[in-house]
Design a protein around this ligand. Structure first.
Ligand SMILES: [Zn+2]
Length: 398
């Protein structure tokens, strides 16, 4: 059921601000994500600590509030539910069942991000102006790419992370984690609003029922250039949503919120969070020969692509009233510095590994110079765009 108009949508979905779901919605989640752990029911979870319940509850409420904000400019607003999947590794997926779109955020994403950013901030080379770096203790780990909550939480308590980085840097680490989570969710919203699920059902490699149609699809050896084109498209739209949110935060609150002295500070925190997020997910064994069969473009390319899109959006007349020439002319410099800072952070917290740029096995993953593959993905995108637009809420809303 599609709902026309903002008012009816908001009225019917004011419960999105709560973290509870109706029984019917829970059943839907469990059906749609039966193969992905099903719904993590935080209210009735028997073993979960009340503090964790509260944190997860607060975050899901904020994400649902963010969803309403993101959809606000669209004339047509499909029903989208966000819930936690009972999986401890990081990730988020989108699907559609019975005319309802569902976004499942792997529950482990939140503790992993929180621990990851807190650990990065144990490096005094990062954000040295925040907190008192003379008191922090570097928290090295055997595996900075800790993608599962069990591992991250174990290590966090071992290293006493939040105590060791202090209050101000802890607050920054939560903020960085929340940018990353919101970006992931916006990416899934983008898959929905840009019509990717309908497109894949009708034109994808393997037409499936929606019950089995989940983005991202499981890996196989087939040609995945369509999937990669859709991933870039979702990254672009998520970045647009992020930039708009940045603009609104600064513009409509009258002035810049307390924690940011300027848009540049806000932007650099956001970009650091995104670059670090992809770096965290990055060092898989990408192999140049198999580039066509990956479901997602290599993370290094996604980073570059997001930066290019962010720079383009920020240069648009839409945002001209908060952006000065100085900020615009520094954008490329910010990105280059942030890439190096993220590498500094990984180098500092890592017991063993060299920097990505020095390590042969990661070169392919970070082959951002691989413009050839990026343009192949773009060619594919332009090839499918006329068809894709038929299904796009975004396009048909404009
Ligand atoms: Zn995706």
């Amino acid at each position: 059921m599609l709902l026309d108009g903002k008012k009816s949508y908001l009225l019917q979905h004011k419960d999105l601000y709560q973290y509870y779901m109706t029984q019917e919605e829970k059943d839907l989640f469990n059906r749609a994500f039966a193969k992905r752990g099903g719904l993590l029911d935080i209210e009735s979870h028997p073993y979960m600590h009340p503090t964790n319940k509260e944190i997860l509850g607060n975050i899901i409420s904020q994400l649902r509030g963010n969803l309403i904000y993101v959809l606000e400019p669209f004339h047509i607003k499909p029903k989208i539910l966000i819930g936690y999947l009972d999986l401890s590794v990081i990730g988020a997926v989108a699907t559609k069942i019975d005319d309802t779109y569902l976004i499942g955020l792997h529950a482990g994403t939140i503790p992993v991000f929180n621990c990851f950013f807190a650990r990065l901030l144990s490096s005094p080379r990062l954000f040295p102006e925040v907190g008192d770096i003379s008191k922090i203790k570097l928290a090295k780990t055997e595996n900075p790419h800790m993608l599962s909550a069990e591992y991250a939480l174990d290590e966090q308590s071992k290293d006493n992370l939040y105590e060791s980085i202090g209050e101000e840097r802890s607050a920054l680490s939560f903020r960085l984690g929340f940018y990353a989570i919101r970006h992931l969710i916006k990416h899934e919203i983008a898959h929905i609003m840009n019509g990717h699920l309908e497109f894949l059902k009708n034109h994808g490699n393997n037409s499936k029922d929606f019950e089995d149609l989940i983005i991202p699809p499981p890996h196989d050896d087939s040609n995945r250039m369509i999937d990669q084109a859709l991933e870039f498209d979702a990254d672009t739209t998520a970045t647009m949503f992020d930039i708009r949110e940045m603009y609104d935060t600064i513009k409509h609150k009258g002035k810049i919120t307390a924690q940011y002295e300027s848009i540049a500070d806000y932007y650099k925190e956001w970009l650091f969070s995104i670059v670090a997020l992809y770096r965290l997910m990055g060092l898989r064994e990408y192999n140049k020969e198999n580039l066509l069969s990956y479901t997602h473009p290599p993370v290094g390319m996604r980073n570059v692509y997001i930066n290019v899109k962010a720079m383009r959006f920020l240069s648009s007349p839409l945002y001209a009233d908060i952006i000065d020439e100085n900020f615009k002319s520094n954008l490329d410099e910010y990105y280059k510095n942030i890439l190096l800072q993220v590498e500094d952070g990984f180098e500092d917290i890592n017991l063993y590994r060299a920097r990505a740029a020095d390590s042969a096995d990661s070169t392919a993953a970070f082959a951002y110079f691989n413009v050839d593959h990026i343009s192949k993905i773009e060619d594919k995108f332009h090839e499918i765009l006329p068809t894709l637009r038929q299904y796009s809420y975004k396009y048909n809303s404009e």
